[in-house]
Ligand binder design. Structure first.
Ligand code: CP
Length: 354
């Protein structure tokens, strides 16, 4: 372990509240690393900006206006793990705001293959750009990048976590909650709703970030539906208990709880995290898939979500059901990410006043 590894390990052990301070500057959101950084005021503010950007983008004049907002800023998209949605939605969000983008989509084309460390690579990206948006297969690497910027560089740039290991994916949770609020707009929003999450809850970073973010809403209930081997980890369950958010664990079958949910959030098995290749396949997940015959058991007002990519957790025949919200959900990601970037750069008032 080198000196940086030791110092980061000390930082990593700090209480979450101290880290949240650390990821802020002048009392404002600077880095976006974990869902716990977001309170209701920030969430509502970002959703208001999202709605404005969506609306303004509809016209040519509006698009020109938005493209001037961050015309002077450059962004690095460092995606050292495969991505379709997060990469493309962030790239297009940056373009909506006029930012110039650079990218590394595969660590094999970075000087990391010559032995350069992650830390040196990140410092290099920050030499040329004003924001780093990153995805990494390693645990806590976005947190490490933010720590590195704040302690080891003269030119710290904000870090946005586009998915780190099996830990968190906070901007996915932001677009998920936006989709929930939008879908339930005529039913009082997300407050008072029951959200069921199904699939690989143990290693799914989207469901972890979403669970943390739900703390900001009133009377929300959670159902975790997965075989025991893929059930939600203790850290998230303890968080929910601490914040008095009721949750129910279902390990037998999705069928048992389908009718109780206002939102059904399906996820795939994250077998890229298998310690031994193929070990996920040893657990029977057949009773945790959504089939066309299940649609009569789901509430008429319920919505079906998925962060994607999917395999066979949701039968494609369900795509044409009006309750299937996952295609709209992924498009929402572009708007919400543009709003988040505008908020971090503190240019959102211009957008709200347009
Ligand atoms: N939801 C999500 O993170 O998708 P990608 O892996 O395609 O970015």
């Amino acid at each position: 372990m080198n000196i940086l590894d030791q110092k980061f390990a000390e930082f990593h052990e700090l209480p979450t509240e101290e880290k949240i301070e650390y990821f802020s500057k002048n009392g404002r959101l600077f880095d976006m690393i974990i869902s716990q950084q977001l309170n209701r005021e920030i969430i509502d503010n970002i959703y208001e900006i999202t709605n404005r950007i969506r609306h303004i983008s509809k016209t040519r004049a509006g698009s020109f206006f938005l493209q001037n907002i961050l015309f002077h800023k450059r962004v690095m998209l460092y995606f050292a793990q495969p991505s379709s949605r997060t990469f493309l939605s962030f790239e297009n969000a940056c373009h909506i705001l006029g930012m110039k983008t650079s990218e590394i989509r595969d660590a094999r084309v970075s000087s990391e293959v010559k032995g350069e460390s992650f830390d040196d690579s990140l410092r290099t990206f920050s030499s040329y750009t004003d924001l780093i948006i990153m995805r990494h297969k390693g645990q806590d690497m976005a947190e490490r990048a933010a720590w590195l910027m704040n302690t080891r560089t003269n030119r710290p740039v904000p870090i946005i976590n586009g998915g780190s290991g099996s830990d968190q994916h906070p901007t996915q949770a932001m677009l998920d909650v936006y989709t929930l609020q939008y879908s339930f707009a005529k039913q009082g929003g997300l407050d008072g709703k029951t959200i069921m999450m199904c699939g690989d809850l143990k290693r799914g970073r989207t469901v972890r970030s979403l669970s943390y973010l739900l703390k900001n809403f009133e009377d929300v209930k959670i159902i975790y539906a997965a075989p025991q081997a893929f059930q939600m980890k203790e850290d998230v369950c303890s968080f929910l208990e601490k914040h008095k958010i009721p949750f129910h664990i279902e390990t037998e079958a999705l069928d048992n709880v389908l009718s109780e949910a206002d939102a059904i959030y399906m996820t795939r098995i994250q077998d890229e995290h298998d310690a031994i290749a193929g070990e996920s396949g040893k657990t029977d997940t057949s009773r945790f898939k959504l089939k066309p015959s299940d649609m009569t058991k789901i509430r008429p007002s319920a919505i079906i979500m998925h962060p994607f990519p999917r395999r066979d957790e949701i039968d494609v025949a369900i795509d044409s059901d009006p309750r299937a919200m996952y295609w709209r959900q992924e498009r929402n990601g572009m708007w919400i990410r543009a709003a988040l970037i505008a908020y971090i750069f503190n240019v959102h008032e211009e957008i709200l006043n347009y």
